[in-house]
Design a protein around this ligand. Structure first.
Ligand code: GLU
Length: 433
């Protein structure tokens, strides 16, 4: 089974979506199940409703999953496992309070060495522990650091080797007995028989800790890892959650199509024979082992290009935007000159508004009167001939106000094409100017 494990702590980032897409593609390629695990271990940071939002986004992108689980529903299992590790002395209770830990961290800073747990509570005797517990002193549970290096091979980045010092005796249960991320994640990957974890490279340093948890619990089935390179912004820095285009919601609101966003994220930093494709098409040729190891820059221009390509593929643009079918031809004209759905909508909505521009106001009035007074000709050339003859207008003074009467814009599509597309409702539109 593969899994996507989002934390419901914020808006879905393009990096998270890319992880979801890659996991989905690989699960399909291997014929394995796909699990969504909502990682809600950090009660303080969880935001109500974010889980639903994440699932809605996955649905919108056509990412199908077999099961959704909430990590918090397994807390009792995580606690049982911690108990087992305590009984086996692989874990120990730690009474170091915030003050003590702060002191240790500052000491490490002064001594210019990375902070690691001091080992203070590692060897407390049973009676010392009982005494402290009787005093109701809060405690956490730490997993004893491994005795040997933890080695693993990442499917994308190659071999890694972490020393016990790097893994450290880290906290597995907080003082309120909720499990920490690394502990819960390691156990859940084991419980759900995960075969391969694809996630962002910011989790690389968590991997030896998670392997160590499972080793300590005696789980010896190998879980493979593939850590995806980070996404950079246009300046080459890590794409921050606060940057607009990092948010999937923002991209959707701006009118980028799910198919184009997914296409872009699969393509990002990689090269395939095809450039324009859907997720389902990518299942045919995607190869996780050939993913680029280097971080890739987010390029909004490339996404815009792909959006235009995917817009061309849309058969029924009126129904996608929720407009009456009679506007299909006009919407197609706007589609061909737009980059996003938002742009198409803005152009379309403008058609039904009153003209605000004062330039060519007089010409507009003359043309409006002429058009509304007579029957519209079948053919545009005949229409044009009559209008030119009866109004005496020509050149810029004819075409700009005419286009404004049609679509409320001076520049844009050929009037001939607009005439053909808008004829059934042209007079209604012109009346509004
Ligand atoms: N919950 C983690 C995150 O949202 C993912 C953890 C994982 O994939 O193991 O970054």
């Amino acid at each position: 089974m593969l899994r996507f494990a989002p934390s419901p702590t914020g808006d879905m980032h393009v990096g998270n979506l890319r992880v979801a897409i890659f996991n989905y593609i690989v699960s399909r390629q291997r014929g394995e199940k796909f699990l969504i695990r909502i990682e809600d271990t950090d009660k303080e940071r969880n935001i109500e409703g974010k889980d639903k939002e994440i699932l809605d986004i996955l649905n919108l992108f056509g990412i199908k999953y077999d099961q959704v689980v909430y990590q918090s529903s397994n807390f009792h299992i995580h606690q049982q496992m911690a108990k087992k590790l305590l009984e086996e002395k692989k874990a120990f209770v730690c009474f170091c309070d915030e003050e003590e830990l702060k002191f240790q961290r500052e000491k490490a800073k002064i001594e210019k060495r990375p902070y690691r747990y001091s080992g203070k509570c590692e060897n407390l005797t049973k009676s010392e522990i009982e005494k402290l517990m009787a005093k109701k002193k809060p405690y956490v549970v730490r997993l004893r650091k491994p005795s040997e290096n933890i080695r693993f091979k990442d499917e994308i980045k190659g071999e890694f080797d972490f020393s016990p010092f790097e893994v450290d005796s880290f906290v597995i249960l907080r003082s309120d007995f909720t499990p920490t991320y690394n502990f819960a994640c390691a156990i859940d990957d084991m419980l759900y028989d995960i075969s391969l974890v694809i996630r962002g490279e910011d989790h690389l340093s968590n991997t030896p800790k998670q392997i160590h948890v499972r080793n300590a619990l005696g789980y010896n089935k190998e879980i493979k890892y593939a850590h995806l390179p980070i996404i950079l912004n246009e300046e080459g820095k890590k794409l921050s959650k606060r940057e607009n285009h990092a948010s999937v919601k923002w991209l959707l609101e701006e009118g980028f199509l799910p198919d184009a966003i997914a296409n872009y994220l699969i393509l990002l930093g990689n090269s395939f024979e095809k450039e324009v494709f859907t997720i389902d098409e990518a299942i045919e040729f995607f190869d996780l082992n050939k993913i680029s190891k280097a971080p890739a820059k987010f390029d909004l221009e490339k996404l815009k290009f792909l959006n235009k390509e995917h817009l061309k593929r849309i058969q029924n643009i009126s129904s996608l935007l929720g407009y009456n079918k009679m506007y299909e031809d006009l919407l197609k004209i706007f589609r061909d000159e737009s980059v996003t759905l938002k742009e198409i909508k803005e152009k379309f909505d403008k058609v039904f508004k009153k003209a605000e521009d004062n330039e060519f106001k007089e010409e507009r009035e003359i043309l409006k009167k002429e058009i509304l007074e007579k029957e519209l000709e079948e053919n545009y050339d005949e229409f044009k001939k009559r209008i030119m003859k009866n109004t005496g207008l020509k050149g810029k003074k004819l075409f700009m106000p005419l286009r404004e009467l049609f679509i409320n814009q001076k520049h844009g599509a050929e009037i001939k094409d607009l005439y053909k597309a808008m004829k059934p409702y042209l007079k209604e539109v012109i009346k509004k100017r």
